[in-house]
Design a protein around this ligand. Structure first.
Ligand SMILES: [Zn+2]
Length: 329
């Protein structure tokens, strides 16, 4: 089919838009042919499209729900794939190995202190459970703020470091599903950079709800596909990694929370305390064609300031949920 001459010469922008939408439809067909049974795990829609055939050069595709815009990996990585990702090397890349790097730890604790202050607007002290606690930095801040700290961590390496700080009885080495904590006991449950890693986010939130007191609060941080960084960076977004299985946006997050029995208190952009030297180290591990050299350059130019924390919005949401009351049958 040929375009009319007038359209071709005077409407390049609309022609471009049309080409883009054609590309997307072809992609959707590919996804539907690849697996017609795939459905969105948040809203249940079977209107699924393909965003990337191979995320970060892996064998996993990135699909999107055309209804709620949830993005997710397909197929989901097998447990063996995930175990390889969460080896000691993974924690070393995040500056957590060998008992941690004091400068990195201080920076992360500043970030967590900001998050927990928002939590304290809604709840007093009590038992706080941090799921995916890594080496327990958030729990250190929570203890300073008056909470009784408890944690769950899947990596034996990180769980051992956290248990040394808080006692083995307070740190469960394993998953949420195998944790021995009783139902209805926690005032607050935190999941920072966690929900994008789990195989079943709805099941995770429903279990979290059981563990909470009737007025309990959940704090979540997770990458936001509706963020400016995602819009600006597209397929090169720094949160796209094979260990991130689900990518939410405020709408899909609210739908997921409500399905799991929560009332949304707030969803806002999260800010992190980040130093230039940390940024440079991260982009040495997760290489990016533009940001890796940019971070090297900034850390070199601002060498005297490279350990000073800056408040940066990295394209994540900070979400606060309250356990909704059971509806009478
Ligand atoms: Zn959906």
């Amino acid at each position: 089919m040929t375009l009319p001459i007038t359209l071709r010469s005077s409407f390049p922008a609309s022609a471009l838009l049309r080409l883009r939408s054609t590309e997307r439809e072809i992609s959707y067909d590919y996804a539907l042919n690849a697996d017609p049974m795939v459905a969105c795990r948040v809203c249940g829609s079977r209107e699924i499209g393909l965003l990337q055939k191979s995320l970060c050069g892996s064998r996993f595709a990135l699909l999107t729900c055309r209804s709620c815009r949830l993005e997710f990996l397909d197929p989901l990585p097998a447990p063996d794939d995930l175990r390889r990702i969460y080896s000691a090397e993974y924690y070393r890349s995040w500056g957590m190995a060998e008992g941690g790097n004091p400068a990195v730890d201080a920076m992360k604790k500043l970030t967590f202190a900001g998050h927990l202050r928002r939590l304290r607007n809604h709840i007093g002290a009590g038992d706080l459970l941090d799921i995916g606690t890594a080496t327990g930095l958030l729990l250190e801040v929570a203890r300073e703020q008056g909470f009784e700290p408890y944690g769950i961590e899947i990596s034996d390496y990180a769980a051992a470091l956290a248990a040394a700080k808080f006692g083995a009885g307070r740190i469960h080495h394993g998953t949420l599903q195998t944790a021995p904590f009783g139902d209805g006991r926690f005032s607050a449950i935190t999941m920072t950079d966690l929900i994008e890693h789990v195989a079943d986010p709805l099941d995770t939130l429903m279990r979290v709800r059981q563990l909470l007191r009737p007025d309990g609060i959940v704090l979540i941080t997770t990458p936001n596909t509706a963020s400016l960084t995602r819009l600006a960076m597209g397929a090169k977004w720094t949160h796209y990694k094979v260990e991130h299985l689900y990518y939410l946006n405020p709408r899909s997050m609210a739908m997921l929370a409500e399905r799991a029995g929560f009332q949304v208190l707030s969803i806002r952009p999260a800010s992190k305390a980040i130093t230039l030297s940390y940024l440079r180290d991260q982009f040495r591990v997760y290489r990016h064609p533009v940001l890796t050299p940019a971070a090297e350059m900034l850390a070199a130019i601002f060498r005297p300031l490279r350990h000073a924390p800056l408040r940066v919005r990295t394209g994540e949401s900070l979400i606060l949920l309250r356990k909704a009351r059971d509806t009478p049958q």
